[in-house]
Ligand binder design. Sequence first.
Ligand code: MSP
Length: 512
Amino acid sequence: MKPFYVTTPIYFLNGEPHIGHTYTTVAADSLARYKKARGYDVKFLTGADEHGQKVERAAAAAGVTPQRFCDDLVAKYKEIWELMNIDYDYFQRTTNPDHMDRVKGIFKKLYDQGDIYKGSYEGLYCTPCETFFTEHQAKDGVCTDCGRPVERISEECYFFKMGKYQKTLEAHIAANPEFIMPASRRNEMVNNFLKPGLSDLCVSRTTFTWGVPVDFDPGHIMYVWVDALPNYVTALGFLSDDDSDYKRYWPADVHLMAKEITRFHTIIWPCILLALGEPLPKQVFAHGWLQIEGQKLGKSLGNAIDPRPLSAEFGVDALRYFLLREFSFGPDGNFTRANFIGRYNADLANDLGNLLSRTVGMVDKYFGGVLPVCEPAPSPYDIDLAALATAMVTKVEDHMDNLRFSDALAETWQVVRRANKYIDENAPWVLAKDETKRAELANVLYCLAETLRIVAVAIAPVMPSTPGIIRAQLNIVDSAFAAWESAKHFGLLPREVRVEKGAAAFPRMEKE
Ligand code: MSP
C-alpha cells in the first residue's frame, strides 16, 4: 500500500477549539478517510502547540501551572475531535518529552554545523501570534496578522542562518509548483518574503521559561515555532531509536492550514529541513479564513464559534458537510447561521433526506418492504441515472485528490438531485396503480436504492455516519457494497432489496 501522510497545524492552546480549527481538522480527516478508502496506508497528525509566553501568561492568569493549563485544554481538544469523528493517528503535544528531546537534537545539530549562532535581537514581536516583525513590516505598531499591538523586544538570542538556504528554497519552489498551494499563496510568499531576501531568524528567547530549553545555554528557550514545526517529524520518530514511521511516511503528502501561517510552513520549516538535509513536504496547502462579518474568528477577538452546540443541533455530519460544501477550499468564507440552515434544509433535508425516505417509503408501501427480483430492459431514464452516478465517482476522485472538497460534494449532489428528478419522471405512484407495471415499478425503486448505495460510498469521507444510516434503511450489510471501487458499478446490489423504515436522517430545521 502506498503511504500517505496528512497533517493539520498543531493548535496553540490559547482557548478551546472553535469552528476555524474544526474546519482544517475536518478537511484533513475527510482527506485521510478518502485516501484510506482508495487503499492508501494513511497517517493523519494533529496536536497541540503548548509552549510560549502566551500560554505561560494565560496559565498565570488562570492560577494554574502551564502544564496543568495545557493538559486541561488538550483534554478539551481531544473531546471535541472525538465528537466531530476525527480519526487521527498521532496527536502530537510539544510538551511530550520525546518531542522535546528530538527538538533539542535538531537545535544542537544545527548549532554544531554552524547554522545556529549567538547574537542579539532588537525588534518587534507579536506575542499572540508568536511572530517577529521588523520596524518596516509592522510600521503602524500592530501585527500584520491579527492587528494587535506588537511589543518591542531587545534580547540576546540565537539566530538560524535562514538566508543561507534561500537560493535552494527558491529553486525548489520554482521547480515544484504544487509545493505551495493555492498559487496565490505561492506568489505572495515569493514576492513578499523571498524576493526582498531572507534575514537570519531569531530562534531563542530569554524572558520566560515555558518552552524547550537550549540545553547548552541555560536561560535560553527555543522560539516556539522552531519547537512546533518539527512536530511533523518528531511524531514519526525522527532522530529516535525507532524512526521506521519517519522512513515510511516522510515527506508529508500535505500540510493543511489557514493562510496566516503559510510563511512559517513554506519558508522557515523548509529552511530547517534543508539545513538538516531532509526532504521537504510535498505540499503546503493554505485555505482561507472562516469569518464572521468580515472578521477572523478567535477567542481573543470574542467571536469564536463552538462546534459543540452546532453539532448537537444539526448533527456532526451536517456540520462537517456544511464546512466543506459551503466554503471553497482556498478563499475566505463568511460563516452564518442562516447559510447553515439554508444549506442544511436544501441539500440534506430536501435532497438527500427525502431521497432516502421516499425510496424506503415506496418499497415499504408498494412491496411490503421487499423488492421482487426482476430484470426489465433499462429505460432511457435508468441509463441516464446509472451513467451519471458512476461517472460521478471518478469526478469526485479528481476533486478530492486536488482538495476541492466543495466541488466533490457538489458533484455528488448532482446525482442526488438527478435521482429525485428520476422519481418524478417515472411517477411510481402512477405505476403502482397498474398491476401489469409491477416489474417496472420494482426496477425504478431498485435503481433508486442502487443510486443511494453509490452516494453513500461517495459521501463517506466527509460524512462518516450517514452512510451507515442509508445502509441500515436499505439493509445493505455486505461491506463489499460499501467499498470505494464498488461505487463505479451500477447494479451490484442484489435485486431483492429489503428496507427498514427509520427516522428521518435530516429532519427539516425551522428558520429563525
Ligand atoms: N500553533 C500554530 C501552528 C503550529 S503548526 C507547526 C498556530 N496555531 S493556531 O491555534 O493559531 O491555529 C491556526 C490554525 O487554525 C489555522 O492555520 C487554521 O488551520 C485554523 N484556524 C484558526 N482560525 C481559523 C479561521 N477563522 N478560519 C479557518 N481556519 C482557522 O497557528
